[in-house]
Design a protein around this ligand. Structure first.
Ligand code: GLC
Length: 880
């Protein structure tokens, strides 16, 4: 396509898609009264409402509005505000829903609603005494205020009877104190969204800047964090085009939310911790499934229009020859015949199965891309099937809608239809039959090469399933934000049907609230500059705070070519991102790690070596996200609530926690060889590289030569690792090394399963837990106790696939001679070998034997054999 026309589309798209939020809103007419019981059910839920196990919501009606409050749990309530004639609430995001009874009490000015145990108390199915939400409704205006455990969360003005323009709904919330706002899904810009205007409209922003909004995904979840560390959330479950004007930094911030279609539905998530909010949100919208273990390895990709099996194989061999850890190679659209998805360009890929076999032989996995656009080609069986099966989105006049994308004029599956999802899912057989391991879906905003870059409003989608009648038709504006989510749903379900029992690896660009239950996400077409590298931190943190655990950017940048220094720094950071992939645009200079000179190559090798050594830890973090929705990447204030300095932007968006134990402080400026690092209060920190100890609660000037990124371990943590290696399979099977960072209390875990199948969902998983503590004697004298237990499926080998166990205890203050001396003392079982240099044993062990004691770096290292669980180790460190 003509470059000028192409550029024009992308310049015009934000203007053409933008909708003005109505200025005038007419308020609902009170008074509001509790509705008669027969009217209490929400139309979409009439089937179960009021039956045993389906308690009625608390409903209030006036002449022109209806407000229904439903307790999904004592701490999560749904509010639906509707007007006569409005379509019922139907959710595409919410999958987990139960209901608790609500009680209503009349007050002078209105009503108090609370879960059955009374105001603020728990209801059915929750432990007695669990505080719950309570709401007050103003009889005259219908305004609600939500309280939790005696604290006012917010007041809303959610009941306008009509806007100046048909169809729009809005909600204005006012907080009683200063709040910091996070969440909102994938967004550019700073971590805190206070004072910003955020649009929910999935967009392929071709000229992505660090201020571009909106981007590819939307998640209308607003999380408020307070100075005391408490947090609560409001999730607006509405896929329509919508706009937030997020409250500022003042004492009583007001946030305005407006959506182009009703009804207004939002969930209040009471927290009270940030982790609780995430757990509540992902209970509603689904938790991320575990990816296959290999997906945690390093992915390498580049968009190469002249792609070939020979080039892919050459790249694979180069990674092995140069000893750069790597697990996955991606095949972009260049592998297809004329950009027809599910086909191979035969001249260049004569035998795709053989290529995949070669890659597997070299220890690689292969991921291929598919786009939704299917070429309009009546000679192509997939297009013909799509037309015959009525699978494509339609124009208003009933014809198939076509528009240009990579393959030229194309048709687009209507993923909101169940039959179409099944058909689409089945197409992946063409890839699974040749052994392709993972899948990458793109352009699913949907992104088209026409002005506005997406489907016209008149395009029709035909959703089915619960709540949809035979006449159900959705105009594209209403379906737009759901397109990527439902493409991901169709693809994942298809893969599970084609390969029952095998975990899919699926990567998507677009999505909406809940996408985490289907796919991992990357952050789209970023740029090779320091600004985009820096932005990846707040961006990924907010995606994590929107339920997504497996996320990462194009490392090195998609547009352009990174300077060698940027490449080195970006890889250091990507080494601790859950999804770690190098990807670049067609036509850019080579972006393989060896393209930047020997020094950078070595830095990338070492960074990836560190990543591979951390794979047991990262996998354990992902297992936590799967279990309770807490993300892998966490802002400091999630782990250290109440430490006000963690809310300072300079710390909050330049440092990040990787799981519970590690704090990464990447160097974010070109030329910098040191940076200030705030280490949160509450205990000392250990430098991950040399084991030295630094106090918490203050800023340190940390030196950071180009060779490494500052990384710190929290006192009291246990980080499961392995020795650096080339593939994730090596990591999964090598000796497990528990790095223990003593603190008054010690805790940590290692998650184990087969890494490949879905059997973990049926309970075939286990966890090694380490609990213990160090006595508080300062200096070289210390006693550290570790209890190692295992929970879960007993049929799994004790250490999973790991070949053995070693323990490293950070003990930087213990003189080397002390360890050497006791090291000769054969401390197994607590016995000193005759001639040993110390009076006390180094280790007392129960449930295992200890051998090979020594010192490496700032650690005391010892091997464990004859392990049984529970095991107990007491490490006595003393001067000789
Ligand atoms: C889109 C994707 C990018 C991909 C390209 C070609 O721009 O975001 O990752 O390489 O399309 O398929």
């Amino acid at each position: 396509m003509n470059t000028f026309v192409f550029a024009l589309h992308y310049l015009l798209q934000p203007l053409l898609n933008r909708r003005r939020v109505p200025l005038l809103w007419r308020r609902a007419r009170g008074p509001f009264e509790p509705a008669p019981l027969s009217d209490s059910c929400e139309p979409a839920a009439r089937t179960g409402c009021g039956r045993p196990g389906h308690p009625q919501p608390a409903v209030f009606t006036s002449v022109d509005a209806r407000i229904a409050l439903t307790a999904v749990s004592p701490r999560v309530w749904r509010v639906v505000v509707s007007r006569p004639g409005e379509s019922p609430y139907r959710s595409w995001s919410v999958v987990g829903d139960a209901e608790e009874p609500l009680g209503v009490e009349r007050r002078a000015a209105g009503f108090t609603v609370s879960t059955a145990g009374g105001a603020g108390e728990s209801g059915r199915g929750s432990p007695p005494g669990t505080p719950g939400l309570a709401a007050e409704i103003d009889r005259r205006s219908g305004h609600l205020s939500f309280h939790f455990a005696g604290t006012l969360l917010h007041r809303d003005e959610a009941a306008p009877a009509a806007s100046s323009r048909e169809g729009w709904v809005r909600c204005v919330t006012e907080a009683p104190v200063r709040e910091w706002y996070v969440g909102f899904g994938e967004r550019s810009g700073p971590l805190f969204k206070n004072g910003r205007r955020l649009v929910m409209w999935n967009t392929d922003e071709r000229f992505m800047r660090t201020s571009s909004d909106p981007l590819y995904q939307s998640c209308p979840l607003q999380i408020a964090v307070r100075a005391d560390g408490r947090a609560h959330g409001i999730f607006y479950d509405n896929p329509s085009y919508s706009v937030f004007r997020v409250g500022g930094h003042g004492e009583r911030p007001r946030t305005r939310y407006a959506a182009e279609g009703g009804p207004l539905c939002y969930y209040v998530l009471a927290g009270p911790s940030l982790g609780d909010v995430l757990s509540q949100f992902t209970r509603l919208t689904g938790r991320p499934p575990l990816p296959p273990y290999w997906a945690l390895g390093h992915h390498h990709s580049r968009w190469e229009e002249e792609e070939s099996a020979a080039r892919i194989e050459r790249t694979a061999r180069l990674f092995r020859e140069r000893r750069i850890p790597c697990d996955v190679l991606h095949l972009d659209i260049g592998h297809m015949e004329g950009h027809r998805c599910f086909t191979w360009r035969r001249g260049r890929f004569p035998d795709p199965g053989a290529l995949v076999g070669t890659l597997h032989g070299l220890g690689f996995r292969a991921v291929v891309m598919t786009d939704p656009g299917l070429k309009r080609d009546p000679d192509w069986d997939i297009y013909r099937e799509g037309v015959a099966g009525d699978h494509f989105c339609r124009r208003a006049d009933g014809g198939v809608f076509h528009a240009p994308v990579w393959a030229g004029q194309s048709a687009f599956p209507d993923y909101l239809r169940g039959e179409t999802r099944t058909w689409w899912g089945g197409l992946y057989r063409r890839y699974t039959d040749v052994g392709i391991d993972g899948f990458w879906i793109d352009m699913n905003e949907p992104s088209l090469f026409i002005p506005r870059s997406t489907m016209p409003d008149s395009v029709v989608h035909r959703p089915d399933g619960e709540g949809a009648g035979p006449e159900a038709r959705l105009g594209h504006r209403r379906a737009h934000n759901l397109y990527g989510l439902m493409m991901a749903a169709a693809t994942r379900t298809g893969l599970l049907t084609l390969r029952p029992g095998r975990r899919p690896f699926l990567l998507t660009r677009s999505g909406f609230a809940g996408v985490q239950r289907y796919a991992a996400s990357w952050t789209g077409d970023n740029r090779s500059n320091f600004g985009h590298y820096r932005m990846s931190i707040p961006m990924l943190l907010n995606m994590g705070l929107s339920g997504q655990a497996m996320v990462g950017p194009d490392t090195g940048g998609f547009w352009g070519s990174p300077a060698p220094e940027l490449m080195a720094r970006w890889f250091q950071l990507a080494a601790v991102y859950p999804f770690c992939r190098n990807h670049t645009k067609a036509g850019t200079p080579p972006q393989e790690p060896w393209a930047f000179g020997e020094e950078v190559e070595e830095i990338v090798r070492a960074s990836l070596g560190l990543r591979y050594s951390l794979l047991p830890y990262l996998y354990t973090c992902l297992s936590r996200s799967h279990a309770d929705g807490r993300p892998v990447l966490r802002p400091l204030f999630m782990e250290f609530p109440g430490d006000g300095r963690c809310l300072e932007a300079a710390n909050a968006e330049t440092e990040l926690m990787v799981g519970h134990a590690l704090l990464a402080a990447p160097v974010l400026r070109a030329g910098a060889r040191a940076r200030p690092v705030y280490l949160p209060a509450g205990g000392p920190w250990y430098d991950y590289h040399d084991g030295s100890v630094l106090p918490g609660g203050c800023v340190h000037a940390i030196s950071a030569p180009l060779t490494h990124m500052p990384l710190f371990a929290r006192a009291g943590s246990v980080v499961p690792t392995v020795a650096p290696c080339m593939t994730s399979e090596e990591a999964r099977t090598s000796v497990l090394v528990l790095r223990v960072y003593p603190g008054r209390e010690i805790r940590g875990a290692v998650y184990l399963d087969d890494g490949e199948t879905t059997r973990y969902e049926a309970g075939e998983r286990a966890e090694i837990r380490v609990r213990g503590g160090a006595d508080s004697r300062p200096g070289p004298e210390a006693e550290i106790t570790l209890e190692i237990t295992r929970e879960g499926d007993e049929s799994l080998p004790l250490l999973g696939a790991h070949r053995g166990l070693r323990v490293l205890v950070a003990a930087p203050q213990t003189p080397a001679e002390a360890v050497r001396a006791v090291g000769t003392a054969a401390p197994a079982g607590g016995e000193n070998r005759p001639g040993g240099a110390v009076a006390r044993p180094l280790v007392t062990a129960e449930g295992c034997a200890v051998d090979g004691v020594g010192r490496s770096g700032g650690f005391v290292r010892f091997g464990i054999s004859e392990l049984r669980m529970p095991a107990r180790l007491v490490l006595h460190l003393s001067s000789p």
